[in-house]
Design a binder for this molecule. Structure first.
Ligand SMILES: [Zn+2]
Length: 723
């Protein structure tokens, strides 16, 4: 019954977003969406031809460019001479890039690409003898080949140019993981089977990204005159606003007067808060500019049961999924991306921008949610098919490269120091307003990652998280955290108990593995088996593949051939039988298992068996969201808990074990780090999100009183005018 209700709630949220409130669908029949889309395509094609002519005229003929076209966020130049195009041509392009204010990408002419088996042979001939290739993936949609190799650092840029020249494929390297990663395999096979579809998608997207600006600016960008296309759209929007205004109602909580019609006026920048404010979970904003609508994160709230509280309130935003120019995902945790496949289920077919490692990590977590829902018979608002659509529409961006995603928005992703691939998102809107969305960030180095990047020339609006926003939320220094962690485990082991460390598979698990192996090796942590169960090994394999995204210390040891996620102390567990062996064994042991908040996964199974014994200890090393079993256990709010046993019968589990929370492992900034970050960024205004209400308010008032920066905490379902 409950499942059915949830399904209906998601249906309501999404039907509203996808159909009912759609201004496009409400437009008068005399001016159809197709008219406008055709207009945009026509204008863009003319622009594409003009840009192509300029480029071909201004570059040397040696580059042998066969054609130029808009492709996703880039202008793609197809060459038959990659050796020249990847070296000397890049000098010409960098100055041209400044003139045209566009980013280029070199592709090889499809006719010059060798078949995959011949490419494999050619690559084997060209690479140094001590480099082993574990996999090769040729992507027909981009002409790029990914080489999974044992020593990426042994391959220099010249070798990559040689490979391109002799195979017709532009090569990228990744490190071979210690175990094959099923998420990366899924990724490759989905990309392979959808190559043609993605080629068309990228071209369609290119036309949209480089469409004519609806507002034609003069050189100074001050005088704004609507273009003919804009005038046509404005007329239609006015008619649309008249028809939709009567059907839209607003939340009483909202401080804004009414939701704006789907077009912002010439200079306005609006922020729609759809989730993740005054709470941790379901992060989701939409930034609306005169030209663009871009969604920042699309998460779920794992602690909530009801759809209206668990998912972003897309029903409330008066928009159509077709109107959305892009979704940007800051990092792979489900409270930031768990609702993304549902957008695709309801018809979104636009781009998703994220970093390279975020893609496989996100796919791992989404696929796992599908598996858990299928095996437990619980409700999930999407299926594996929708996860595949996410893969097909993802465009990965490197850190630090500004990328145009629409006529007036350029985004730049930078290291956020939270988990591998986590990013802060900087949006430059027509050079007139800059937003920095922090996502989750750590403004300090950890074992695994470097500190969040904080060098920005200009930020008007900073949106910062505040998970640890109480003035008392100050984390001890790393050494004392490790000492406390080690001593606490040692005590339980000495008393003959078992320690369960529930961990999120991505991020904290890898950090804890590094710390435990080090502490044990150096003799501070009592030697005992460390059992690892759940998605941790798969996530660690992805960490190895993308080790160049890890912090400088780990990168250094990885490049020296050390795999930090493999240790003689670790035993990876799969299957019930082995789990029973561990639980029946009298000897002390440490178990690391997912999920981190005891919401599904093997950690819950271990909890059932370990909780009744006061000798055992549950050690929480990550944030426990309100409403989760982890949070309730940690708060000591329960002396027993009703749970299903293996045969599906309800049994009462007494909770007599010890519990402990260790904060210092968090991938979030503590109170002081948040203030340091804000003072380094020097924004004109701060909006605080991703925190319990009192913590967010504490951060906002501290920013105002100590840093004299205007600061506030918006509400969910509030529209904030930024400009
Ligand atoms: Zn996170």
């Amino acid at each position: 019954m409950e499942e059915l209700e949830k399904n209906q709630e998601v249906g309501e949220i999404m039907t509203h977003a996808a159909h009912i409130s759609s201004p496009r669908r409400n437009r008068p029949a005399s001016a159809t969406v197709e008219d406008i889309d055709n207009g945009i395509t026509k204008v863009t094609t003319q622009c594409e031809e003009a840009v192509s002519k300029i480029i071909l005229k201004s570059i040397p003929s040696d580059s042998q460019i066969t054609f130029v076209r808009f492709e996703g966020p880039y202008i793609a130049l197809y060459t038959k001479n990659p050796k020249f195009a990847l070296t000397e041509l890049t000098y010409f392009l960098s100055s041209l890039s400044k003139t045209l204010k566009k980013r280029f990408i070199i592709r090889t002419d499809p006719s010059s690409r060798l078949p995959e088996d011949q490419t494999r042979q050619a690559v084997a001939r060209l690479l140094p003898k001590d480099v082993q290739v574990s996999a090769i993936f040729c992507d027909d949609a981009t002409g790029e080949v990914v080489l999974e190799v044992s020593k990426p650092e042994a391959i220099d840029p010249n070798m990559l140019v040689q490979i391109a020249q002799s195979t017709g494929w532009i090569a990228h390297t990744r490190r071979s993981p210690h175990i094959p990663s099923s998420s990366i395999n899924t990724l490759h096979s989905t990309l392979k089977s959808s190559a043609r579809e993605r080629t068309e998608f990228l071209q369609r997207l290119g036309k949209r990204v480089f469409r004519e600006s609806l507002i034609v600016s003069n050189v100074n960008g001050n005088d704004t005159t609507p273009s003919p296309l804009r005038q046509q759209q404005q007329q239609q929007q006015q008619q649309t606003a008249a028809t939709t205004a009567t059907t839209t109602t607003l939340s009483a909580e909202s401080r804004s007067s009414k939701p704006p019609s789907w077009s912002a006026s010439r200079e306005e920048v609006m922020l729609f808060c759809l989730g993740g404010v005054k709470q941790v979970g379901r992060s989701c904003f939409v930034v609306v500019t005169p030209e663009t609508k871009v969604m920042l994160d699309c998460g779920i709230n794992p602690g909530e049961m009801s759809g209206l509280d668990a998912y972003p309130r897309l029903d409330w935003f008066n928009f159509d999924l077709d109107d959305l120019d892009a979704v940007v995902i800051s990092h792979a945790h489900i409270d930031h991306q768990g609702f993304l496949p549902t957008l695709f289920k309801y018809g979104y077919r636009g781009p998703v921008y994220c970093t390279e490692p975020t893609l496989p990590l996100m796919i791992l977590l989404q696929t796992d949610s599908v598996k858990i829902a299928n095996s437990n018979g619980t409700y999930l608002p999407y299926s594996a098919r929708d996860v595949n659509e996410v893969i097909k529409h993802c465009i990965t961006l490197p850190y630090g490269k500004p990328t145009d995603i629409s006529p007036d928005v350029t985004i730049t992703l930078n290291n956020a120091g939270h988990i591998m691939g986590s990013a802060t998102v900087h949006l430059n809107i027509s050079g007139a307003h800059n937003i920095l969305y922090s996502g989750d960030y750590k403004y300090a180095r950890t074992q695994l990652l470097d500190s969040a990047v904080s060098m920005y020339p200009r930020v008007e609006t900073l949106i910062t998280e505040s998970t640890y926003g109480n003035t008392t939320d100050v984390m001890p220094d790393q050494q004392s955290v490790y000492r406390g962690f080690t001593e606490s485990i040692n005590k339980t082991l000495t008393d003959g108990g078992k320690v369960l460390v529930p961990v999120p598979a991505v991020g904290r698990a890898q950090e804890i593995m590094l710390v435990m192996a080090k502490e044990m090796k150096e003799g501070r942590l009592i030697e005992s088996p460390i059992y690892i169960e759940g998605m941790i090994s798969e996530a660690s394999a992805i960490h190895m593949s993308y080790a160049h995204y890890l912090g400088s210390d780990v990168r250094k040891s990885v490049s020296q051939g050390i795999n930090p996620f493999q240790s003689e102390y670790f035993t990876v567990i799969s299957g019930y039988g082995k789990r029973d062996d561990i639980l029946n064994d009298e000897n002390p042991a440490i178990v690391m298992a997912t999920s981190g908040m005891l919401e599904g996964g093997p950690s819950v199974e271990y909890f059932k068996e370990l909780a009744p014994n006061p000798k055992n200890k549950i050690m929480f090393v990550s944030y426990q969201i309100n409403g989760t079993l982890g949070r309730r256990v940690l708060d000591g709010a329960m002396s027993e808990v009703s749970m299903m046993d293996k045969s599906g019968k309800v049994k009462v589990v007494p909770v007599r074990c010890q519990t402990q929370k260790i904060d210092g492992f968090s991938g979030h900034s503590d109170f002081n780090q948040i203030l340091n970050f804000v003072s380094r960024i020097r924004p004109k205004r701060v909006l605080v999100n991703h925190g319990e209400k009192s913590k967010s308010e504490n951060v906002a008032s501290a920013i105002y009183s100590r840093l004299k920066v205007r600061s506030s905490v918006p509400d969910n379902r509030e529209i904030v005018r930024l400009r």
